[in-house]
Design a protein around this ligand. Sequence first.
Ligand SMILES: [Zn+2]
Length: 94
Amino acid sequence: MKRMMFSAVACLALTCAVLSAADKVEKKDAKKPETPAATQPAQPINKFCAVDRDNPVDSTVPTVTYKGKVIGFCCEDCVPEFKKNPEKYMKDLK
Ligand SMILES: [Zn+2]
C-alpha cells in the first residue's frame, strides 16, 4: 500500500512538472504575435503637428482620433487646442 501511494505521488509530481513546462512554452509562443500589435501605436495620418505645423509629430504624445482619423501632435499642449476647433486644424493637415 505504501508503495502505491509513493508511485501515485511521484506520478502526480511528474505530471505537474510536465504541465508547467508545457505551460511555459505555450505562453512564450503565444506572446510572439501579440508583441507588434501591442507596442505599435496607431500611426497618425499627419507628419507635422496639426496645430503647430512647423513641428513634426512626436510619437510619444498621445494621438487623437477624429472622425476615424488618427491625428498626431508635437506636444501635449496642442491636443486641447485641436479639440477646441478640430475642423479648423483638419482642413490642412500635412
Ligand atoms: Zn504641437
